[in-house]
Design a protein around this ligand. Structure first.
Ligand SMILES: Nc1nc2c(ncn2[C@@H]2O[C@H](COP(=O)(O)OP(=O)(O)OP(=O)(O)O)[C@@H](O)[C@H]2O)c(=O)[nH]1
Length: 344
């Protein structure tokens, strides 16, 4: 990179479990020779996605540097976490060719993009694109519909949007590119409907591309030169529209890390997680656990009704699950299910 040229930074956002990490793992297999620095942020205080990227079985799948930010959503800790990390990466010699930021699934991308106008980064880095990953199956099943649409007793007033719907819209309105992921889980007709719904939420010229397992060519994701930080009109979040510069929070959601002992049997892992995911308000479970008598740890991934559990070669400190849901979900009920599935 020549002196004076800004480092491009791609922000990958999208709701919990949409496929952000999956897309990044694919992207990092073919970086086009770029030195990529990756910043991974998660809601809740357990870093898991960083190890999924680091632990990719493909020898070519790697970032030059992975920084995990686990101190809450980076959109809320811009000054404390995000900017110092950016300054640290910019100061590297050699500096990265490209910075990729994976936000937590609950993050508002707007405060992050605005951070690129801060004096310490403005002259050195530019937002190459905000890439919003969408779970086509979740949209098709009505996960982001307003309470008015899903409950006959709810008020039809527009302000009664569900927190999920607001977040979904905020992540879409900020996009420069939308990846409609999980196309394998919907029919052609459903996909067309999802595309129409997404098209209604994005700004005019935004490209919407379908994908399966986040498989999108690197040249489509990187090098878009959007300079999004100079183009924030029309990208305002609900919070910015209603409360201006006031700090926002994520009070509608909560996250718990549960320490688990060894599960009695492998099938018990899937069964327990499936039952927990069926509880009202539970949105996402992931982590790594152990099974009695087995040396290999088990990775767990659950989004909506889909649960995956598989033996891995290794995992960083297995024995923990992160459970994320809407505020007030029955975390004690989840713990109860877990207790039944553990080895005596
Ligand atoms: N069937 C199917 N599963 C997918 C696809 N993309 C991702 N997944 C699965 O969806 C789950 C969540 O994927 P992640 O990439 O971890 O999603 P994420 O957006 O990074 O999740 P958070 O960081 O928790 O918000 C994993 O079990 C993936 O294997 C897809 O296109 N089709």
């Amino acid at each position: 990179m020549s002196a004076g040229q800004k480092i491009p930074a791609t922000i990958v956002t999208g709701f919990l479990g949409a496929g952000k990490t999956t897309l990044l793992r694919h992207l990092l297999r073919e970086t086009g020779g770029r030195r990529i620095a990756l910043i991974v942020n998660e809601f809740g205080d357990m870093g898991f996605d960083g190890s999924l990227v680091d632990g990719c079985a493909d020898a070519d799948c790697r970032a030059d540097e992975v920084v995990e930010l686990t101190n809450g959503c980076i959109c809320c800790t811009v000054a404390d976490d995000f900017l110092p990390t950016m300054e640290m990466l910019i100061a590297r010699d050699p500096a990265p060719d490209h910075i990729v930021i994976e936000t937590s699934g609950l993050a508002l991308p707007q405060p992050l993009v605005r951070a690129f106008s801060w004096p310490s980064v403005k002259t050195k880095v530019t937002v190459d694109a905000v890439v919003t990953v969408v779970d086509a199956a979740a949209v098709a099943s009505g996960t982001f519909e307003s309470e008015a649409a899903t409950s006959p007793s709810a008020s039809p007033e527009p302000e009664h949007e569900s927190p999920l719907e607001e977040l979904f819209e905020d992540q879409l309105v900020c996009a420069d590119l939308v990846v409609l992921n999980k196309t394998d889980l919907v029919t052609g007709t459903e996909l067309e409907k999802v595309r129409e719904e997404v098209a209604r939420q994005v700004r005019g010229s935004v490209e919407i591309i379908p994908a399966r397992m986040g498989e999108v060519a690197t040249k489509v994701i990187l090098g878009r030169a959007s300079a999004s930080e100079d183009d924030m009109d029309g990208r305002r979040s609900h919070h910015e529209i209603h409360h201006g510069d006031e700090d926002h929070d994520h009070d509608d959601f909560e996250s718990h890390v549960i320490e688990t002992g060894a599960f009695e049997v492998m099938t018990g892992v899937e069964e327990m997680v499936r039952r927990a995911m069926a509880m009202p308000g539970v949105l996402r479970i992931k982590g790594a656990v152990t099974v009695a008598g087995k040396a290999a740890p088990v990775y767990v991934q659950a989004v909506g009704p889909r649960v995956e559990a598989w033996f891995a070669r290794e995992a960083k400190a297995p024995g923990r699950l992160v459970v994320i849901g809407t505020r007030g979900f029955d975390i004690d009920g989840v713990r109860g299910l877990l207790a039944q599935a553990l080895a005596a």
